[in-house]
Ligand binder design. Structure first.
Ligand SMILES: [Fe+2]
Length: 198
């Protein structure tokens, strides 16, 4: 599956404009994280399998992670499983399917690789950054700074749906300090701000 096919499927399955934007936001963050983590390993001289860091694949996981969200509304326990059913006959890689399943707690036991850990944390980060943009006077991502996101991070009542514990998987599971993780996510989203309408 390539990016174009994944995008088409996402559009077929997701009708809400906001959920489509969320898919694109997580795609952008995933692509940036892939590059960041790959470079970090390379700069430290740590050996890794190049297949582990395929930006397009990471992006596809971001694009499709919530694809069945509207379809499982009445049965949230099936979240990600309907997407799996759609992807399997298309011959989509296990890495992509597992990545999608790993972002949703209670489906797949544990997060086994960088991709799975990244989508888990990126999902909630995108929600927090969007919420911070929406309280700026111009509601623009260009007015959001790393500091403004960090300031809102401990405020539990702000964007309560953006689970802070899940975002903190960046530190616990990816060894990326929170502020750096916010910077990666913010810049990735700013790069597609027009598409996100923010
Ligand atoms: Fe999501």
């Amino acid at each position: 599956m390539n990016r174009q096919e994944a995008y088409k499927l996402m559009e077929e399955m997701v009708k809400s404009p906001n959920l489509r934007k969320h898919a694109m936001a997580v795609e952008a963050i995933m692509r940036s994280l892939c590059g960041f983590l790959k470079e970090r390993l390379a700069s430290k001289g740590v050996p890794f399998e190049p297949e582990e860091f395929d930006e397009e694949e990471w992006g596809i996981v971001g694009l499709l992670h919530d694809a069945d969200y509207e379809l499982v509304e009445k049965d949230p326990k099936r979240h990600t499983l309907v997407t799996e059913e759609k992807l399997r006959p298309l011959g989509v890689s296990e890495r992509i399917i597992n990545g999608i399943k790993a972002h949703h707690e209670g489906i797949k036991e544990g997060r086994d690789n960088f991709l799975e850990k990244a989508v888990y944390a990126a999902d909630e980060l995108s929600g927090l950054i969007t919420a911070v943009a929406l309280v700026r006077p111009d509601k623009k991502l260009s007015s959001v700074t790393v500091e403004s996101v960090m300031k809102k991070f401990p405020e539990k009542s702000f964007a309560a749906g953006a689970k802070r514990e899940q975002i903190l998987a960046c530190e616990k599971e990816l060894d990326i300090p929170l502020a750096e993780f916010v910077k990666i996510g913010l810049e990735a989203m700013q790069g597609i701000s027009e598409k996100l309408g923010l």
